[in-house]
Design a binder for this molecule. Structure first.
Ligand code: GLV
Ligand code: MN
Ligand code: MN
Length: 420
């Protein structure tokens, strides 16, 4: 399925809701770029606001209690949250630039659909249940991923959040306010987290492990440590047609060499390193740049390897900068330590999803709100097969049957955790 939708015949939890097919259909056009076919759903911008309106509509159509928390995350409650021990499921609705349809939305749509399926089965939860949409998971606009869950978990202070700015200089509080959310209230929310007994995030797999093993659904074991580093290469602007090569201080050369070095260092260490975003000043065809700014995303199976790879890339940048007359400054913009999901919950999930044969348990290099929350609440993830492994691209896809299998697996998990 690339843009189509699996169908489900499950009625709404309390008689409302449009089923997986209807939800997918309604969400699909929002923020889709006409030319690329990818999604541009950036935190607090118009498409994100439309996605949030969709979430509210799905919550109220089912008679769920809708609320937005102090950090702008949306919640839809079945049962009384103050009872404690809540089982929460969901994901995010924002996207990377030209992202796919599934990264995030599959988890939110499947969450509502799993509640529908529970209801259709006649299962009635003893614990409160909630669907959540965490704000600004991808960090595409303000540069930091998982802002909503980080704020909630106290891993991002309000002061740090107030300093975040988008490419146009709009601050996060300004963007929140423009979208109708009070930015003065942002901050840690320990009372909310204390009410959660388990958080389960369903997500499309962003690799091919399930496909290669022939499994529609798997369970996450761990998230690789990862981070973002901004490399500023300061050179000297000059005329492209008159400046002798030996007189240039060209930061593009240093940047280019650093990109190649990143690839090599990552390969040698069995890690990952990507420069996926670059900004050039003044950005003229016939001018040597004064500044090249490149963002490194690097990930590895363990923190020591990640630290060593990034240090080696920095060293290569400085060495080349010295030869080019270019000043190199590196700023770590974010870092997420390794996440090992709670073994007990992980094993419970694997048993619920696949009682007869063990469900595959796999690590991922992708970051998730579940990883952020895992420091505060028991957290687990389900992955749905991605036949190509492609993600963060309009080509991201999942088969209709696999999406349906994901909903069933999630409903099994919710039933197992909340209905006993
Ligand atoms: C989020 O998708 C990330 O891993 O960057
Ligand atoms: Mn993503
Ligand atoms: Mn995601």
């Amino acid at each position: 399925m690339t843009g189509g939708a699996p169908g489900t015949t499950a009625p709404g939890t309390t008689g409302g809701g449009t089923g997986f097919h209807g939800m997918w259909r309604d969400l699909l056009p929002i923020g889709r770029h006409e030319r690329s076919g990818g999604y541009r759903r950036y935190a607090w911008a118009a498409a994100d606001t439309d996605c949030r309106a969709w979430f509210r509509q799905e919550a109220t159509a089912r008679g769920l209690a809708y609320e937005v928390d102090r950090n702008g995350n949306q919640w839809a409650w079945l049962g009384d949250p103050s009872q404690g021990g809540a089982v929460v499921t969901g994901s995010h609705l924002d996207s990377v630039p030209d992202g796919g349809a599934f990264d995030g939305p599959l988890g939110v749509v499947s969450a509502f659909a799993a509640l529908d399926e529970l209801w259709a089965r006649g299962a009635r939860p003893a614990a409160p249940l909630a669907v959540v949409n965490f704000g600004d998971e991808e960090g595409a606009r303000f540069g930091l991923a998982c802002v909503g869950s980080r704020l909630t978990a106290g891993q991002l202070t309000p002061r740090q959040a107030h300093e975040l700015r988008d490419a146009d200089g709009v601050s996060l509080p300004q963007a929140m306010e423009a979208a109708g959310h009070d930015p003065d209230a942002i901050g840690p929310d320990p009372e909310r987290l204390a009410r959660i007994g388990a958080f389960v995030e369903l997500h499309i797999e962003q690799g091919r492990a399930l496909d290669l093993g022939g499994h529609p659904v798997g369970v996450a074991s761990a998230i690789w440590p990862h981070g973002r580093w901004r490399f500023d290469f300061h050179g000297e602007a000059n005329h492209a047609g008159t400046t002798r090569l030996e007189d240039r201080r060209d930061p593009m050369l240093t940047y280019a060499t650093t990109v190649l070095a990143a690839r090599k260092k990552a390969r040698l260490a069995g890690a990952l390193a990507t420069f996926g975003k670059v900004a050039v000043e003044p950005n003229g065809v016939n001018a040597i740049p004064s500044l090249v700014r490149g963002w490194l995303d690097s990930r590895a199976a363990d923190e020591d390897t990640l630290a060593a790879v990034v240090a080696a890339i920095e060293q290569a940048a400085h060495e080349r900068g010295a030869r080019d007359g270019v000043d190199v400054r590196v700023t770590r913009e974010s870092f997420t330590p390794v996440v090992e999901f709670a073994h007990e919950l992980r094993d419970t999930l694997a048993g619920l999803v696949s009682p007869d044969a063990p469900a595959p348990v796999l690590p991922t290099g992708a970051g998730h709100d579940a990883g952020i929350l895992s420091a505060a609440v028991p957290t687990a993830m389900l992955f749905v097969r991605n036949p190509t492994g492609v993600s963060h691209s309009p080509a991201e896809s999942a088969a209709e049957d696999d999406c349906t299998a994901g909903v069933t697996a999630l409903a099994d998990v919710l039933e197992g955790l909340a209905c006993r």
